[in-house]
Design a protein around this ligand. Structure first.
Ligand code: PHE
Length: 345
C-alpha cells in the first residue's frame, strides 16, 4: 500500500520539475496547484494514516522536500518573469534618433581586378583552380621545363625555404599548371589566380610579392589561333570592345612558341606617353602553346593533346585602372587609401 503512495510522491516531484512556466498565468496555476490552500502536497499529508508505522517518518520527510521543491521553483520562476518584464520596461530607446552606420569595408583594388578577370574567363567556360603558395622546386621549375641549370631560373629571384632548395615560395602561378596537369585528365580549362613571390628590391614599380592570373587550356587540336581569339576576347571585355591587341614573339621555357600580348592604350596625353614609353602599346601578359616537354613531364601525351597557357600580373592592371603610381600602396593597407575603393565589386 505505502509503495503506491511513495510512487505518487515521486511522480509529483517529476511534475513539479517539468511544469512549464513562462508567464504570470502559468506561474499562478503552479502556485495554486502546489502551494495554494488546497494544494496536492498538503492533501497528501492526510494519507499518513495509511502508511506503515516504520515508514511514516520517511513519508513526512519526502512531503516536506516536495513542498520545498515547489517553493523554490516558484521563487526562481517568479524572479525570471519579473526580470523579463523589467527589462522590457526599462528599455530606453529613442526610435527617432539618427542612425550611425558602422563603417562598411571595401574590396581591395587587387581583388576587384582579379574578380573582373575571373568573371571574363568564367563566361567562356574556364573554372578557377587554386593551389599552394609554398611549392616544391619540381612544380615551380622542373615540371615547367626549367631544369636546375637552366638560365631562366636566374630571371626569377626565388625565395627558397630550405638550404636544400627543394621548397620555395612560388615565383609564378605557372606551378598551378603542373599541379592540375598531374591530377586531371584533358580537356582542362582553368584559370588560377593567386599570390606569387620574387626576391626583388621593393620600389614604386616592383615588390617582392604580387598577384597573377594563370590560364591553361588543353584538349585535342587546340591551336595558336584559339589562343589568340581567347586573348582578344579577354582584352576587349577588360579594356573596351574596340581594343586592339598585338602578339610579340617572346621566350618562356614552358611554352613554344611563346609571345607577349600588348593592348593598344593610346597616346592621348602625357601620361599615356610615360606609361607606354611613347609606343601607345601596353604589355599585359605572357602566353604560348604549352611545350610538349611540359605535357609529358606531367603525364599528358603530347601526340594526342595540345594546349595554350597564359599568365598576367594583376598589380599593374590595377595601377593602370585606378591611376595608382606606387605599387607599395597596394600592400600597406592604409585605410585612407583602401576606403577610396568602397562600392566597387
Ligand atoms: N609564368 C610567366 C611569368 O611569370 C607567364 C606565363 C604564363 C607565360 C604562362 C607563358 C605562359 O612571367
Amino acid at each position: 500500500m505505502s509503495n503506491d503512495i511513495f510512487k505518487t510522491l515521486s511522480s509529483i516531484s517529476e511534475d513539479i520539475k517539468f511544469f512549464n512556466i513562462s508567464n504570470t498565468e502559468e506561474l499562478e496555476k503552479f502556485r495554486i496547484q502546489y502551494l495554494g490552500s488546497k494544494n496536492v502536497i498538503n492533501a497528501l499529508f492526510g494519507e499518513i494514516k495509511n502508511v506503515e508505522n516504520n515508514r511514516k517518518k520517511e513519508f513526512g520527510q519526502v512531503l516536506n522536500a516536495l513542498k520545498e521543491e515547489a517553493e523554490s521553483k516558484f521563487e526562481t520562476e517568479k524572479e525570471k518573469i519579473e526580470d523579463n518584464q523589467g527589462a522590457g520596461k526599462s528599455l530606453d530607446i529613442d526610435l527617432t534618433a539618427p542612425v550611425f552606420y558602422d563603417s562598411v569595408g571595401s574590396r581591395h583594388p587587387v581583388s576587384i581586378i582579379m574578380n573582373k578577370i575571373i568573371k571574363i574567363f568564367e563566361k567562356i567556360g574556364f573554372t578557377v583552380a587554386e593551389e599552394r603558395e609554398i611549392e616544391t622546386d619540381w612544380y615551380n621549375f622542373t615540371a615547367m621545363n626549367t631544369p636546375e641549370d637552366h638560365p631562366a631560373r636566374d630571371m626569377q629571384d626565388t625565395f627558397y625555404l630550405k638550404d636544400s632548395h627543394t621548397d620555395l615560395l612560388r615565383t609564378h602561378t605557372s606551378s598551378v599548371q603542373a599541379r592540375i596537369m598531374t591530377t586531371q585528365k584533358p580537356p582542362i580549362r582553368i584559370i588560377a589566380p593567386g599570390r606569387v613571390y620574387r626576391n626583388e628590391t621593393i620600389s614604386s614599380r616592383s615588390h617582392c610579392q604580387f598577384h597573377q592570373v594563370e590560364g591553361l587550356y588543353i584538349d585535342k587540336n587546340v591551336s595558336f589561333s584559339d589562343m589568340k581569339q581567347t586573348l582578344l576576347y579577354f582584352a576587349r571585355e577588360m579594356y573596351g570592345l574596340e581594343t586592339e591587341i598585338r602578339l610579340r614573339p617572346s621566350y618562356f621555357p614552358f611554352t613554344e612558341p611563346s609571345a607577349e600580348m600588348d593592348v593598344y592604350w593610346g597616346l592621348k596625353n602625357e601620361d599615356d606617353y610615360r606609361i607606354t614609353k611613347g609606343t601607345g602599346w601596353l604589355e599585359i601578359l605572357g602566353c604560348g602553346m604549352v611545350d610538349p616537354n611540359v605535357l609529358s613531364n606531367c603525364g599528358i601525351d603530347p601526340e594526342e593533346y595540345t594546349g595554350f597557357a597564359f599568365g598576367m600580373g594583376i598589380e599593374r592592371q590595377a595601377m593602370l585602372q585606378y591611376k595608382i603610381t606606387d605599387i607599395r600602396q597596394l600592400f600597406e593597407n592604409d585605410i585612407r587609401f583602401l576606403k577610396q575603393f568602397s562600392g566597387a565589386l
